[in-house]
Write a new protein. Structure first.
Length: 396
C-alpha cells in the first residue's frame, strides 16, 4: 500500500465521525472564557517511563494527557512518519477533548535528550537562495516598503505620496498584506529598541529588522544555522532561551515564528519571555493552527502536523489560555491567512509519499493555493479560526 494512502487511512476520526472540535468545523473562540480550564501544569519534562531503542532511533515517553488542562486526549492519528526530513519513528497524535482548548500533541513524545535527532536534515541548514530580480518582485518590494512606512512608521523621513498609493494597493491583496505585516513582526518602529527572535534560524529576518533600526539578537539551538546568522553580522546565541541567562527587563519585543510548537515546555518559555520584557514590551508569536481549514481538509496530510518536531499544535483559544497562564496581557490572538505554503505542501503530501521542503513548486500550483487562501480569508469573517496560522500579540 502506498505510504501516502496508508497514512491517510491512519486517521481515526473522519470529519463526520468526530462530533467536536477543529475537525468538525466547530467555530473556535479566540479567548478563554474561564482560566480555571487550565490548572497548574506539571513539568513537561518530569520523569516518566521511556522506550529504550537503538542509538539511531528517537526515544519516547508516554504523554496521554493535555499539556494545558491535563485531560486525557482523544487519539486523532496514528503511525505517522516524517515525510519532510526523514526523522526516524512512527508517531501518534492526540487532541484535547476540552472545547476551550483542543490542542494537538504527540503521544508518545520524544524525550528531551533525543529531540535534536529530528533536526539533522532540517531546512535551517540550507543556505538562502537569492530571489530572481524582475519587475514583479521590484514592484512587490516597493508596495511593501510603502505599506510598512505608512502602517508601522518606518523611515518616515522618506515617505512620499507614492507610499500612500502603494499602501492602498497592498490592501487589495490580503494575502500579500499579511506577509508584509509579518515582514516586520507586526511591530511599529521603535528606534534603538531591543528585539530578540527565538528560533531565528539563519538570521535573515533579524538582518531586515536591524536595517529598520532595531538592536537585534537571536537564539537558536541549531549550530549550523547559528553560524550562518553570525556570518550575516547578527548576534545569535546557541542553545535554549533559559541557557542565555539574560537580565530582567532586557528587551522591548520578543518574537518567534513557527517556534513555540517545537518546545517540550512552551509555557515555561513564555514565562521566561515575560521576565525578559521591559514594562509594556511585546511578545509576538506565530504558530500552525490546529483548527484551520487546511487541517480540516487534509487531516493527517496537513503540513502543520510535522511529526516528530511539532510537539504541541495550538488553536487560538489554547494559545490565548497559555498566554494568560504565563502572566501576559492578551492583545490579539486570532488566525491569519499567511499560509499558502502550508496549504500547498499539504496538497502535495496528500498526493506524494514525500515532499522536498526546500524546493518551491511551479507557479500554477502556487497560484491555485493563493486563490484558496483568498477564499479562506473571506471565510475568516464568519469563522475566526479558518486561517493556517495563529497570531498572538501580548504585552507585559
Amino acid at each position: 500500500m502506498p505510504l501516502a494512502r496508508a497514512q491517510r487511512e491512519g486517521t481515526l476520526f473522519s470529519i463526520e465521525q468526530n462530533s467536536r472540535g477543529a475537525m468538525s468545523g466547530e467555530k473556535l473562540g479566540t479567548v478563554m472564557e474561564e482560566e480555571s480550564e487550565f490548572p497548574e501544569l506539571m513539568s513537561a519534562t518530569c520523569a516518566l517511563p521511556r522506550t529504550e531503542e537503538s542509538a539511531d532511533s528517537i526515544r519516547t515517553r508516554p504523554c496521554p494527557n493535555c499539556y494545558l488542562c491535563r485531560r486525557k486526549g482523544e487519539l486523532l492519528y496514528e503511525n505517522l512518519t516524517d515525510r519532510l526530513f526523514g526523522a526516524p519513528g512512527r508517531w501518534n497524535l492526540r487532541r484535547c477533548p476540552n472545547p476551550k482548548c483542543e490542542i494537538v500533541w504527540l503521544d508518545p513524545t520524544p524525550v528531551e535528550e533525543d529531540i535534536s535527532k529530528a533536526y539533522r536534515a532540517y531546512y535551517t541548514h540550507e543556505s538562502e537562495v537569492p530571489s530572481e530580480d524582475n519587475w514583479a518582485r521590484r514592484l512587490q518590494s516597493r508596495i511593501r516598503t510603502g505599506y510598512v512606512r505608512t502602517k508601522y512608521h518606518y523611515h518616515q523621513d522618506g515617505q512620499t505620496r507614492w507610499d500612500q498609493l502603494f499602501t492602498l494597493l497592498a490592501y487589495l491583496d490580503p494575502i500579500r498584506r499579511a506577509n508584509f505585516d509579518f515582514s516586520v513582526f507586526y511591530l511599529k518602529s521603535t528606534p534603538h529598541g531591543r528585539l530578540l527572535e527565538l528560533g531565528c534560524g539563519n538570521g535573515a529576518k533579524l538582518k531586515s529588522m536591524k536595517e529598520l533600526g532595531w538592536q537585534v539578537e537571536g537564539v537558536d539551538f541549531d549550530p549550523v544555522a547559528v553560524g550562518q546568522a553570525r556570518e550575516r553580522g547578527i548576534t545569535v546565541h546557541l542553545g535554549t532561551l533559559a541557557d542565555q541567562k539574560f537580565p530582567d527587563e532586557t528587551f522591548d519585543a520578543i518574537t518567534a515564528s513557527h517556534f513555540i510548537e517545537h518546545l517540550p515546555d512552551p509555557l515555561k518559555t513564555l514565562q521566561e519571555c515575560r521576565r525578559l520584557l521591559k514594562p509594556g514590551g511585546l511578545v509576538v508569536l506565530l504558530t500552525p493552527n490546529a483548527g484551520s481549514w487546511g487541517h480540516r481538509i487534509y487531516q493527517a496530510d496537513w503540513r502543520g502536523l510535522e511529526p516528530p518536531r511539532h510537539l504541541h499544535i495550538f488553536t487560538p483559544s489554547s494559545l490565548a489560555g497559555m498566554c494568560r497562564l504565563a502572566g501576559l496581557n492578551l492583545g490579539i490572538c486570532r488566525s491569519t491567512v499567511r499560509g499558502s505554503g502550508l496549504l500547498l505542501a499539504s496538497r502535495i503530501l496528500r498526493r506524494a509519499a514525500k515532499v522536498d521542503a526546500t524546493r518551491f513548486p511551479l507557479w500554477p500550483h502556487r497560484l491555485w493555493e493563493e486563490l484558496r487562501c483568498l477564499a479562506q480569508w473571506a471565510g475568516s469573517f464568519v469563522d475566526s479560526a479558518a486561517g493556517e496560522e495563529v497570531l498572538l500579540i501580548s504585552r507585559k
